[in-house]
Write a protein that binds this ligand. Structure first.
Ligand code: SF4
Length: 331
């Protein structure tokens, strides 16, 4: 069995919000991501997906649990290996406006990591490398962009620069956190296609974090999707399987709200209604299954009292729901 590129083992992250008051943003999450694999994390805002991404990127430490990179616990690795890890795992943030320094030209932005990590020798080689990277994210003619400032670019072009900058040090793993949510709908698919092309060309693994299941479905069609709810993973399945035969009640609800390309199919689609529209506060998490106050398939005392474990099944899916586990075990 090969060692996963990234492995989360029972990772929990708490934040202190007031004296003696803390919230659990991520709770007992276990997940493996292989080299070259695409995994999407989806869920409503505040479900813990960004916190999970930040912990994997090394920007936040887990309160409990382990994060392994090529089998090594990242909280235990030596300074030199930590550098290798931080270079190997790059994050593309949601806001391309905030992530690029407005006083620097695109060349300054691209050349800084190339020079800092001695990826090129001399100014002309650095310029050529910057052009090649910008072309790889479909910013052409790349030379025309080098002397511009971020404010002279569109939102989509800025996000392409952010992706190109993340690639300067040849990472093995990209965490794209809502990376296309701030750009126009019309250019989202083009940006996703660029990311998919780079993934194939460079053998990158990608963790794509989004609140939009339709985007996850498009981007991770050949990969897996993990659905998070109030800090927990409630379903992890191959994307096609998750879309065609969702298992967890929350996944079913999310999918029932995704519009289809054919408006007639959208009209015919039966929307699954929640028992309650209110999302519980992380300060007062419901007992048992945290989804029970809203779950349309609520099944009494067991759902109210017992926390369901994320249970793996032979078809490659894993689901945290008492009813699903009972049904699948009886098959
Ligand atoms: Fe719904 Fe119960 Fe399953 Fe939770 S455990 S998702 S409340 S059926």
């Amino acid at each position: 069995m090969t060692t996963p590129l990234i492995e989360l083992k029972n990772v929990t992250r708490r934040f202190q919000v007031k004296r003696n008051v803390s919230i659990t943003a991520v709770s007992d999450v276990s997940l493996k991501i292989d080299a070259g694999e695409i995994v999407c994390l989806v869920g409503e805002s505040g479900c813990g997906k960004t916190t999970t991404g930040k912990m994997i990127a090394g920007l936040l430490k887990p309160s409990e649990g382990e994060i392994l990179f090529n089998g090594q616990d990242i909280t235990q690795i030596k300074k030199q290996d930590w550098e290798t890890y931080r270079l190997g795992v790059q994050m593309v943030h949601q806001d391309p406006y905030a992530s690029l320094n407005p006083t620097h030209t695109i060349y300054d932005i691209m050349s800084a990591p190339l020079k800092a990590h001695r990826k090129t020798g001399g100014e002309s080689a650095t310029r050529a490398a910057a052009i090649e990277l910008l072309e790889s994210v479909d910013l052409t003619p790349a030379a025309d962009f080098l002397d511009k400032f971020p404010h002279q670019l569109s939102g989509g072009q800025r996000q392409r620069v952010s992706i190109a900058r993340a690639l300067t040090i040849h990472p093995k793993f990209i965490i794209a956190d809502e990376a296309v949510s701030m750009v126009d709908v019309s250019i989202r698919i083009s940006l996703l296609n660029t990311l998919l092309k780079l993934k194939d060309k460079n053998g990158l693994a990608v963790l794509f974090i989004t609140h939009d299941l339709a985007l996850a479905k498009y981007f991770a069609w050949e990969g897996r999707v993990g659905v998070m709810y109030l800090g927990k993973l409630v379903e992890v399945s191959p994307a096609r399987q998750l879309v065609e035969a969702p298992q967890h009640p929350y996944t079913k609800v999310l999918l029932s709200a995704v519009p289809e390309a054919d408006p007639e199919r959208t009209r015919q689609k039966q929307r699954i209604e929640l028992r309650s529209m209110d999302i519980p506060s992380l300060l007062r998490l419901p007992s048992g299954c945290a989804f029970h106050p809203r779950c349309p398939y609520f099944d009494g005392e067991r759902c109210e009292k017992e926390i369901p474990e994320l249970t793996p099944f032979a078809d490659g899916s894993a689901v945290a729901c008492h009813t699903v586990t009972e049904m699948r075990n009886a098959e």
